[in-house]
Design a binder for this molecule. Structure first.
Ligand code: NAD
Length: 249
């Protein structure tokens, strides 16, 4: 069995959905987990469920000051960061390029892409100092396709794929691996309270229906644990669909 004994894993967006499942899975595999979420209460709930194996940190990945404090809190709690799961993200309204507002574009790019970059940027010096680490980014099928979400989300997740490859290439000789999972539609809270652009939703509906099956967050977590583990020691820069075959259609 994969073991993360003596390893420290930082998961963003770990108060809900895929991130929560990742925190649980890494703790089960023996890691100590830094549970980060912008929603302090949900982060605390996840950490409390993991008992002594976790601490919670409320942080907004889109805010540089908050991200610096997150990295400091992780190092002050456990002294190192072996695994980073850049998982926090938000959806868009499915608006198509002619209809998206600049405000929505900025917000989605800020959280999904810049936020993922900021946390990576804050954690990399610690991994370099330690002599290694593993990063798993949660991208999306929308990171490799044009018709799986609105333009803002699609562009942000394509950016996460590019960031993944750049980090993988840049630090391959430093013992740092960086891979991405591409979840297909997964049963989480990401669409709770969402409003959709009617034009975009009508265009995207038939494509999304091809997914056929909704994944469980634990199925994403299993893939992340594998990619972060020594069993994947030569897998670096991989962009891995975890979608039950949706993208193969
Ligand atoms: P979710 O809404 O259940 O969980 C996301 C968590 O991220 C929430 O707890 C939220 O508070 C947190 N978060 C949002 N903005 C944040 C910020 N600025 N700083 C810190 N935390 C923040 O959704 P989920 O489906 O579990 O989403 C996790 C990741 O999976 C996202 O990157 C999402 O784009 C990706 N994804 C989800 C699906 C799906 O169908 N659910 C499909 C493909 C990709």
């Amino acid at each position: 069995m994969t073991t993360f004994e003596n390893k420290v894993c930082l998961v963003t967006g770990a108060g809900s959905g895929i991130g929560r499942a990742m925190a649980v899975a890494f703790a089960k595999a023996g890691a100590r987990v830094v549970v980060c979420d912008v929603n302090a209460e949900s982060a605390q709930r996840t950490a409390a469920d993991l008992g002594d194996a976790a601490v919670s940190v409320a942080a907004d990945i889109s805010d540089e000051t908050s991200v610096s404090a997150l990295a400091e809190a992780a190092i002050s709690a456990y002294g190192r960061i072996d695994v980073l799961c850049n998982n926090a993200g938000i959806m868009d309204t499915m608006a198509l390029p002619a209809d998206v507002t600049p405000e929505l574009w900025e917000r989605v790019l800020r959280v999904n892409l810049t936020g993922t970059f900021l946390v990576t940027h804050a954690v990399l010096p610690h991994m370099l100092h330690q002599g290694g680490g593993a990063i798993v980014n949660t991208a999306s099928e929308a990171g490799i396709r044009g018709g799986a979400a609105g333009v803002a989300y699609t562009a942000s997740k394509h950016g996460v794929v590019g960031l993944t490859k750049s980090v993988a290439w840049a630090y391959a000789k430093d013992g740092i691996r960086c891979n991405a999972i591409l979840p297909g539609p997964t049963m989480t809270n990401i669409a709770t309270g969402a409003t959709f652009d009617p034009v975009g939703a009508a265009r995207l509906g038939p494509v999304l229906a091809l997914g056929e099956r909704l994944a469980q967050p634990e199925q994403m977590a299993d893939a992340a644990v594998f990619l972060a583990s020594d069993a994947a020691s030569f897998i670096n820069g991989a962009i891995v669909p975890v979608d039950g075959g949706w993208s193969a259609a």
